[in-house]
Design a protein around this ligand. Sequence first.
Ligand code: NAP
Length: 419
Amino acid sequence: MGSKFLEDVLATIKRGVELGGFPEELYKILSKPERILIVKIPVRMDDGRLEVFEGYRVQHNSALGPYKGGIRFHPQVTLEDDIALATLMTLKNSLAGIPYGGGKGAVRVDYKKLSRSELERLSRGYARAIAPLIGEEIDIPAPDVGTNPQVMAWMVDEYSKIAQRNVPGVFTAKPPVLWGNPVREYATGFGCAVMSREAAEKYLGGIEGKKVAIQGFGNTGRWHAYWVAKMGAKVVAISDTSGTVYDPEGIDVELAMKVKNETGKIINYPKGEKIPDPKAALYVDADILGPDAMEEQITLENVDKVKAKIIVEGANGPTTPEAEAKLYEKGAIVVPDFLANAGGVVMSYLEWVENLQWYIWDEEETRAKLEKIMKNNFLRVYEKFESMKAEKKGITMRDAALVLSLERVYQAMKYRGWL
Ligand code: NAP
C-alpha cells in the first residue's frame, strides 16, 4: 500500500476501536475495502489521438446500505488514496445517520487540460466502465474534486442508456432540472452554519451577534458565511487566495459574494481592512472560525495565533492533530470535519430519496429536512463528547464522533452476522 494518507486513516480507525472498546475484529474488517474495481477508459481526444485513462471505484463497506461517495478527477490520484477516501466515507455516512455504506471513485486525469467534449467522453466512458458494479440501490456516486453537476448529468444519461430506462437515483448532485435539488448548491456551507449555531448555543450562549471568521470563499466558505449571517452572527473576516478582508463592524456577505463572482477576488470588497495574507482570517478576533479552504491550515506553527473558541471544520483536515491538541489545551472546541461538512452527503441522501419516489420537495421543505438531520447529528456528538470527557482526560469532539460512527457500523455488521 505505502500511502501516508491511507496509513493515517487506518490509524484513526485503530484509535477509535480502542477508545470505544470495540473488538479488534472491527478494525480487521474495516481496514480493507469489500471490493475494488480498476478500469481503463479509452478517450478519443479532439486532435485525433487516443488517450487511455485509469480509474477506480472502491466499495469499502456496505453494512449500512448502498455504497456512497464522490468521484474525483485529479492528476495525482492513486488507488491507495481512493481506498482511504472510501474508508472515510464509511465513517462519515455512518456518523451522519444515513442509510449508506462508504465508497469513492477516481480517474487519474488533469481535467483542467480537457476540452468540454473530451470531459464529456471521459465522464461517459467512466460511467460505462463502472456501470456493472453501481446502481440506485447498490452504489450511488456523486461529485468530488474535479467533477460537478454537469459531469453527473452525463453519467446519469449514460447509465440510463445502458439500463434502457431513466435511472435518476444512481448519481446525486445533479442539476435541479435533471432530478437534482436547488439546496445542493449550498448544502455543505449551510450544514457548517447549523454546526456553528448549535455549537454557539452550547458553548457561547447563542449565535446572535457572535463574531465569525471564514477562511476560503468557495462553495463551502461562502455559504457558511451567508447562512451564519442569516442566523444572526456577525461575519468579521473572509479570505480567499487574494487575501483577507477584515471588518470588526461586520461584512455584508451578499455584497462580498457579488464582488467575488464579478471580480474573482475577495480583496476587491469595498470596505474593511485588506490583509494580503489569505491565512490572516484564521488569526482575527472571532468567536467562531470556519477553516473552509483546504487541508493543513492550522498547524503547530500558527495555532498560537488562533483566537476563536469554536472551530467548525468546513474543509477536510484543516487542523493537524498536534494543533488540535493545542486548541483543546487553550479551551477551544473543534467540530470535526466529518461531522461539520456532512451537509453535502446528507443532501445527496435527500435527493436520492426524492429520486426513488419520483417526488420533488420544494427548497424550503428540503432545507428544513437537512437542518433537522444536521442539528440532531451535532447534538448526538455533543452528548457523547460531554459524557466521554467526564470519564477520560484529553477527549476531543473528534474522538466522540469517531466512536459514534464506529458504533453504528459495528452494530449493523453484528446484526448481519459479519462479526
Ligand atoms: P472551492 O469551491 O474550490 O473553494 C476553495 C476556496 O478556498 C476558494 O475560495 C479558494 O480561493 C480558497 N483558498 C484556497 N487556498 C486558500 C488559502 N491558503 N487561504 C485562504 N483561502 C484559500 O472548494 P470547496 O468545494 O469549497 O471545498 C473547500 C474544502 O471543503 C475542501 O477541503 C473540501 O474537501 C471540503 N468539502 C467541500 C464540500 C462541498 O460540497 N463543496 C463537501 C465536503 C467537504 P480562490 O477562490 O481565490 O481560489
